[in-house]
Ligand binder design. Sequence first.
Ligand SMILES: Cc1cc2nc3c(=O)[nH]c(=O)nc-3n(C[C@H](O)[C@H](O)[C@H](O)COP(=O)(O)OP(=O)(O)OC[C@H]3O[C@@H](n4cnc5c(N)ncnc54)[C@H](O)[C@@H]3O)c2cc1C
Length: 566
Amino acid sequence: MEAPVPQIWDIQADVVVVGFGAAGACAALEAAGAGSDVVVLDRFQGGGATALSGGVVYAGGGTPQQREAGVSDSPEAMFDYLSLEVGDAASPSTLLEFCQGSPAMLAWLERHGVPFEGSLCPDKTSYPTNRHYLYYSGSELSARDVAPPAPRGHRARGRGTSGGLLFARLAEAVRGSGTHVLEQTSARRLVTDSAGRVVGVECRTLRGAPGWARAAHRVLHRWSAKPYLYAPKLGRALHRPVAWLERRYGRPLLVAARRGVVLAAGGFVANRQMMREHAPAYRGGLPLGTPGDDGSGIRLGTEAGGATAFLDRVSVWRFLSPPAALLSGVLVDRAGLRVCDESRYGAAIGEAIVTRHHGQAWLLVDQATVAAARRQLRGTTLWFQRLQAWYLLTAGRVSAPTVAGLAARAGIDAGGLAATLDAYNSAAAAGLADPAGQPADPAGKPADLVRAQDRPPYSLIDLSVRPRLAYPAPMLTLGGLVVAEETGQVRRADGTTVPGLYAAGRNAVGLCSHSYVSGLSLADCVFSGRRAGRHAAAAIDAWQREAVSEPEGRPKAPRRRAGDTA
Ligand SMILES: Cc1cc2nc3c(=O)[nH]c(=O)nc-3n(C[C@H](O)[C@H](O)[C@H](O)COP(=O)(O)OP(=O)(O)OC[C@H]3O[C@@H](n4cnc5c(N)ncnc54)[C@H](O)[C@@H]3O)c2cc1C
C-alpha cells in the first residue's frame, strides 16, 4: 500500500521493531548493538506469548549445558534430526547455519542475562520440573534410526514456567542497549515512499492519554492474560474494555524508520476469522497466546506486498507424559486403529489425531499402567501437569474387565481394538529380542517403551481434541510472511523483496513453521530476530538514498518534534 511520505514524523529511528516479544527483543538488541537508533513498539507492555511460555529454547550441537550433563551431541546429529521436523520450511543451508551456530546462540542469550543449566531430566516429559533444565523436548528418541538422539530442550533456569524470566532478562538488556520502547502503541499501517520502500509505521498510541486510562489498559490486559490462556471466552470478555480504551483514547503517532521496519508481532491464533480460513481442522483447540496474536503483523506485511506460507500449519498439543508410564499405552482412534508411536512429541501426536483421525483418540492402558502412572504423579509433574493427568486418570477414563466391554463403553470398534492390542502385545513379547535391533512395534515405538497391556481391568483415556476446561488442546500458529533466508527481508510472491521490510518470530516463516517441537519457536525467534535486526541495521539509510537519487528534490529527511527522545 502506498502513501505519501509524511514530512513531519512524531518519532524517528534507524530501525523500528513492531512487537516486543522474543523476536522483537532479539532484533532490537542486534540492531542496537550494530550502532542503530532503535525504537520498539508494542500494543501492550511487551512480553507477548514469550513471557507466558515455558522458556524452552531448542539448542544443541554440543552446548556447555549438554557437556555438563555428560551428553554428546554434534551439529550434524542435530541437523539430521531437525531435517525431519523442519521439512521445507527452511533450506538445508539455513538449517545447518542454525545448528552450527546453536551453542553460540545460547551463549549470546546467556550474555544478555538468560540463565541455563545442564541438569538432565531422567524422564520423557512435556516439561521438566524445577529440578531439571535440560530434556528431550522433541521426538529425538523415536528418530534414533535417523540421528543419534540428544536432549536439546534448554529451559531457562527459573521456577515455574520460565518464559517470564527469559523475557524479563531480554527486556532488561533491550532497555540497557539504549533502545526506546514505546508501550501501549500499536502499529496500524506501514508507510511506503513513492518507490514502494517501507519508511515508517503509522500507529495508534495511548501516550498522552489520561493516566487512569493508561493504567486501566495496563492492568486489564495483565489480568486477562492468564484467563485468556486457560478460559478463552472469559479472557476475551475481560479484554473487551482494553480494546475500548484503545479506540476511545488512542491517538495517531507516526514513526519513521530510516533503515527498516522489523515485523515481530506474533502469530494469529487469536484471530478466529484467520483460523477458520487457514486452519479449519483445528477447531476445538485452545488458542495458546495473547490477544496480540491477532495476525496484525502478518496483515501489515501482506498489505505491503509480502507473501505468506504455512498458514495452515498449527501445532496442537497432546502430551501423554508426564506421567511417563502412559507412554507404554496404545493410542487408537474410533475404529480401534493405532494412531501413531505414543513416544513421539506431543505436537506430532496432536497433528496425527487432528489431521488423520478426525480429532478423536483414546489411550488404551491396563491396570498396571494406570497404577504406575498414579505413582509417578507426585514427583514428576508441575501443578498444571498434575491437574491434567489427574483428570485423565479419573473423569477422562472409562474401564471394563474385558477389551470388548471397554470398546462398547467408549463407542469404539471392538474388532479393530482387539486386533490392534494383539499386534501390540505380540510386539512387546518380541520386544528387545528383535535381532535386527528394529522396533518390533507396528507403529515403530522404541522397544523399551513397548510394554504389554494385558492386565485387566482395561481403560481407555479420552485424548480427543475438543473444548474441555480440564484437558484443553493448546495450539499455536506456525506460518507467516515469507522471508529471504539470508536477511529476513519480506518477500513478494514473485520472489523479490519488499525494500525496508523484515519479519521475524511467528510473524514469519521460520524453522518451526512446518512442525514445532518444544523450544523450536523461541530458538527461531532468537535466530530470525537477530538476523532481521542485523540486516535492517546494515541497510542503506532511506533518507540518504533519496538525497543521492533526488539531489534537486525537496528535503525528505524527517524532522524530529521537540521533546521526542527516540
Ligand atoms: C503457554 C505457552 C508456552 C509456550 N512454551 C514454549 C516454549 O517453551 N518454547 C518455545 O519455543 N515456544 C513456546 N511457546 C510458543 C512461543 O512462546 C511463541 O511462539 C513465541 O514466544 C512467539 O514469539 P514472538 O516474538 O514471535 O511473538 P510474541 O512473544 O507473542 O510477541 C509479539 C508482541 O507483539 C505485540 N503486538 C501484536 N500486534 C501488535 C501491533 N499491531 N502493534 C504493536 N505490537 C503488537 C504483542 O503485544 C506481543 O507483545 C509457548 C507459547 C505459550 C503461549
